[in-house]
Design a binder for this molecule. Structure first.
Ligand SMILES: C[S@@+](CC[C@H](N)C(=O)[O-])C[C@H]1O[C@@H](n2cnc3c(N)ncnc32)[C@H](O)[C@@H]1O
Length: 222
C-alpha cells in the first residue's frame, strides 16, 4: 500500500487517514489551490506533514528548515506546530509556486511571519546559515527537494541541527523504484538509494524508515 493518500484508494490507508489526519481550514485551502493550479503530485502527503507536526510538537521544536518549499504545504504545517516565536525557513529555487498559493492563502499575519523564504538553491541557503554561525541551533528539518542532492542536504541539516533534533526525509521509497537493480536505476533513484544506505549505517543518528506515503525516514541526531 505504498503511496500518498492523495493518489491511493487502498482501503486500509484510507481508514488510517480518516482516523488521524485533521486539517485546519488554511491547510484545506492550500491543498485545494495547489491542486487546482499545479496538481498535487509534488505536494507533501497530509499524513507525512501531520507526522512532522507531531514530531515538532513532541521535541518542542522552534526553528525549522523546510528544504523544498513548493507551494508551502509542509512549511505551513510546521508554522502551525511551532510557538509564536518559531521560525520556518522555506527554501526553493522557484518563487512562483509559493507566491501563487502559500502567500495567497496564509493571510493570518502571525502565521505568515513565521515563514521566511529563500529562493535560491537550498545548498546555498544552508551554507549561508552555517557561515552565519547557526550550526547546531536548528531543531527540525524536512528534506523534500531535488533527489540528486539528498546526501548534501542530509549532511548540511545534520550540521545545522542541535543534538536531539530531527531530520525527516520524504520519498525514500520513490514509488517502489528503490528496489530496482542498481544498474536499472535513474539518477534520482540511485541518489535516494545511496542516501538510504548512508543513513542506515550512520552512527550520528538513530533512524527509522517508515513505509508511509512515498516512504519517510526519521533521523534523530544523537
Ligand atoms: C516535492 S516539492 C516540495 C513539496 C513541499 N515540501 C510540500 O510539502 O508541498 C520539491 C520542491 O523542491 C524544489 N527544488 C528543486 N531543486 C531545488 C534546489 N536545488 N534547491 C531548492 N529547492 C529545489 C522544487 O522547485 C519543488 O518546489
Amino acid at each position: 500500500a505504498i503511496g500518498k493518500s492523495f493518489s491511493s484508494n487502498d482501503p486500509i490507508l484510507q481508514y488510517s487517514i480518516k482516523h488521524s489526519v485533521q486539517l485546519e481550514q488554511v491547510q484545506k485551502e492550500l491543498i485545494e489551490l495547489t491542486s487546482r493550479k499545479f496538481g498535487n503530485v509534488m505536494m507533501g502527503a497530509p499524513e507525512v506533514v501531520q507526522l512532522n507536526q507531531n514530531l515538532i510538537r513532541a521535541i518542542k521544536a522552534k526553528n525549522i528548515l523546510d528544504v523544498g518549499l513548493f507551494t508551502g504545504y509542509s512549511a505551513l504545517g510546521a508554522a502551525l506546530a511551532v510557538p509564536s516565536d518559531g521560525t520556518v525557513v522555506g527554501m526553493d529555487v522557484y518563487s512562483e509556486y509559493f507566491d501563487q498559493v502559500g502567500d495567497v492563502v496564509i493571510t493570518d499575519v502571525n502565521l505568515r511571519r513565521k515563514i521566511k523564504t529563500f529562493f535560491q538553491p537550498a545548498e546555498i541557503t544552508m551554507n549561508q546559515l552555517i557561515e552565519n554561525g547557526t550550526a547546531g541551533q536548528w531543531d527540525f528539518c524536512f528534506i523534500d527537494a531535488d533527489k540528486k542532492n539528498y546526501i548534501t542536504y542530509f549532511e548540511q541539516c545534520l550540521s545545522l541541527l542541535r543534538s536531539g533534533g530531527i531530520i525527516t526525509i520524504d520519498n525514500v521509497l520513490w514509488s517502489g523504484r528503490i528496489v530496482q537493480p542498481k544498474d536499472e536505476m535513474d539518477e534520482s533513484t540511485r541518489a535516494i538509494d545511496d542516501l538510504n544506505k548512508l543513513v542506515a549505517n550512520d552512527t550520528r543518528v538513530f533512524v527509522s524508515l517508515l513505509p508511509i506515503a512515498d516512504g519517510l525516514t526519521i533521523a534523530l541526531k544523537k
